[in-house]
Design a protein around this ligand. Sequence first.
Ligand code: ZN
Length: 100
Amino acid sequence: MNRKELIKQVGNERIRILFNAAEARIEIGDTTLAKSYIKRLKKISAHYKIKLGKEMKSRICKKCNALLIPGKTCSVRIVSAHRYVSYECNACKSQSHIFY
Ligand SMILES: [Zn+2]
């Protein structure tokens, strides 16, 4: 494995750890620290040019970096007429639409 690959691997690992840590924070109701984990995770992703997975991206609020967990930090609405799921962030009320 060369240096570049190693850096990417370490970056990926750190992103995963931060994401899990943020999830754990939400579980105990600490949204502030969860947000700072997400911010750090995004910085790592930008710095090492590591793309966040689709699944991970769809669970982060674009506006305020909150981790979106249905029933906890966001509300979910299925708009079947337009075939999308709408996630509304409870903190900043911004909506994201995931088409299916
Ligand atoms: Zn938000």
